[in-house]
Design a protein around this ligand. Sequence first.
Ligand code: NAP
Length: 282
Amino acid sequence: MIIPPSNIPNPAKIYALIGSPVLHSLSPLIHNTAFKFLGIKAVYQVIESRDLSESLQFLRNQDIQGFNVTIPYKESVIRFLDEISDEARIIGAVNTVVVKNGRWAGYNTDAAGFAVTLASYKKDIAKKSILLLGAGGSARAVLYALLLDYEPAEIFIYNRTKEHALKMIREFASLKPGNKLNFVSKNEIADLDVKLVVNATPVGLNFNESLLSYDFFKNGMIAYDLIYNPAETEFLRLARISGAEVINGLEMLIAQAAAAFELWTEQPMPVDEVRKKLTLKS
Ligand code: NAP
């Protein structure tokens, strides 16, 4: 399903977001605000489809300049691309595609987006343990950023499907020599003592649910949920009332979008303008 913005300039460059569910996404507001502010004749559309091939076929039929990829296609889209950046290859997930001369080039801007938003906590996290929930496209970007930019003592990974987590752990084992990555089962989570916990699953997006209970969170812990809509998921609510510091996915969304925008337009995104628009909306 396509939801085109009103006032489409003509002729317009076309950008898009593919995934499912994506109708809640703020990406159209971000990119269309930036295009308008800079006077770029372009539109950013949402393509909601549970069928990746169908989404890509739709894009091929349009004169598309670039697109974002989100849940659940960040890994599966790779085989349809002509080239991918080194970073996206190591992460194993693509969230931004640049179309140039008919060739589709994949990038990952989630890792940089995540790293930027956690930068002020670098010293707090160094040499401490981390719990990462999830092993999908965004969890891979988070893991990459944590291993490259932070110096965690150990990263514990919980995922619904154990094999996916073990595969991710194997693939990241050699990224930073000496890093400690360990799978944890749901029963083992309660015994962990971590400084940072990151939810990189969609649990909490549509329903009022959390993978972790109230007892897990502590004063002094940092709880980061990649979800930004709702602004406070059940995971963040439980963390907040336990005294933990909480971060939602909004700043990461803006940071990864800014990096994608620059790849597409070779211009910096007017981030302050975008943030103003998002604040007005909330
Ligand atoms: P993905 O590639 O489809 O991965 C989803 C992950 O969540 C997998 O590990 C999956 O486990 C797990 N999962 C899915 N449903 C679950 C459930 N009901 N219970 C437990 N685990 C479940 O998705 P993604 O692209 O990584 O996105 C994950 C979330 O991060 C989404 O909510 C997305 O909106 C958000 N996100 C936010 C930003 C931002 O800028 N703020 C950026 C990227 C992503 P299995 O391996 O068992 O399938």
